[in-house]
Write a protein that binds this ligand. Structure first.
Ligand SMILES: *Cc1c(COP(=O)(O)O)cnc(C)c1O
Length: 374
């Protein structure tokens, strides 16, 4: 099989999505499955829908169009506040979009009217992470303007934490969002159907809280795909953390010194590493590099150490083992490595099925074990 390749276990993805759907449903929270992580990959979309989740959310209109044209009938949601330059496509292809600028919403309104459509929006509220959202004190006057617009239906409020500054969702910010939405409903006599409290980072808050409040929606990517919550990167009990694995191939294998010789200036990335002399090292050169995938987010499944990587090569210290030419080395991936591998045209995607579901099911909450299959 060709390398480098990303092996994608669709059954594990369905399993994770279904488990999370059932977990959050216990408290009346509905999920959007986030597809940007996998670039709207049709096989993965299919696996997500098998879980029973009916809303798909993406930041890129390109992915939304791809899913739309594949004939899938689920609701399509644009997560990123629309660019003016894509507003026409947003109204055309997305059922719902998240928004934070009134001028953009007004523009969406004129497009919706011209297309004789009603475009549904969720207004994002800034609650401390300082990425998208209107400030809490501006929600009221923004809503006042939105509800006068033709072709626009305000279906709810949302917030996004953790992604930018790492701010944790907690009772304080979640109750604040609930309070703001109750105030808006009372003030304007409207019903806000959807209060979207966040992303995969809401897991710990959810597990601990007795105050779900009005939160009835979350948008999940990382916890579905990697089985982890993103604040502590802890494995979520009962989920697979190994639905994706990257496979690369050995193109050179030799004993070489652990320290370079000659005058050291800077390498391809502009770095000048210090090397510890540990004598001769078993070094394997792999046919994969930074142009293929974000190598810093890869973790070898065997007890190897990544010495470094440049555009097209990665070097492993294989310790006591001597790898053969053509031998395959497997890695688990963190979120950014997964996103880069999915986006890369140089990484082949292979879709597999779980052979032995029970044998590899991650049941502990352990942080370090990124894989369970030997
Ligand atoms: C990417 C994104 C998500 C999903 O985040 P995960 O941590 O992968 O669950 C949710 N909401 C918004 C607005 C996003 O941009």
């Amino acid at each position: 099989m060709s390398t480098p390749r990303l092996e994608i276990d669709l059954e594990k993805i369905t399993h994770n999505a279904r488990k999370l759907k059932d977990l959050y449903a216990q408290s009346g929270i509905d999920l959007m499955a986030v597809t940007k992580t996998v670039c709207g990959d049709p096989n993965v979309v299919d696996a997500l829908l098998k879980s029973g989740i009916s809303m798909l959310a993406d930041s890129r209109i390109l992915n939304i169009k791809k899913i739309y044209h594949s004939g899938i009938k689920s609701q399509l949601v644009l997560l990123r506040s629309p660019m003016v330059s894509e507003a026409h496509e947003v109204v055309r292809y997305a059922d719902i979009s998240f928004n934070s600028e009134i001028s953009v919403i007004e523009y969406l309104s004129t497009i919706a009217v011209s297309l004789n459509k009603v475009h549904r929006i969720i207004l994002m509220v800034e609650l401390g992470d300082l990425r998208e959202g209107v400030l809490p004190e501006d929600v009221e006057n923004t809503v006042e303007k939105i509800i006068q617009l033709n072709g626009i239906e305000l279906i709810g409020l949302g917030t996004n934490l953790a992604c930018q500054a790492g701010i944790a969702p907690d009772d304080q910010n979640m109750m604040y969002l609930s309070a703001i939405s109750m105030n808006i409903e009372a003030k304007f006599g409207i019903h806000l159907k959807m209060i979207s409290g966040g992303n995969s980072a809401n897991y710990r808050w959810f597990k601990k809280t007795k105050l779900i409040g009005k939160i009835n929606n979350l948008r999940l990517g990382e916890s579905i795909y990697l089985g982890r919550e993103p604040l502590h990167r802890e494995a979520i009990p009962g989920l697979f953390t190994n639905a994706f694995r990257l496979v690369a191939e050995v193109i050179e294998s030799k004993k070489k010194p652990s320290v370079p010789t000659g005058t050291q200036i800077q390498n391809a990335q502009g770095d000048c590493h210090r090397y510890q002399n540990s004598g001769l090292m078993n070094r394997a050169l792999l046919g994969i590099g930074i142009q293929d995938v974000l190598t810093s987010g890869l973790m070898p499944e065997s007890d190897f150490e990544i010495v470094g990587a440049s555009s097209d090569h990665m070097i492993l210290n294989t310790k006591s083992r001597i790898l053969k030419i053509g031998e395959e080395v497997t890695f688990s991936l963190n979120y950014t490595a997964l996103v880069s591998a999915m986006t890369s045209p140089y990484v082949t995607k292979i879709y597999g099925r779980t052979i032995e579901l029970s044998g590899v099911l991650q049941n502990s909450g352990s942080k370090s074990s990124t894989h369970t299959a030997a």
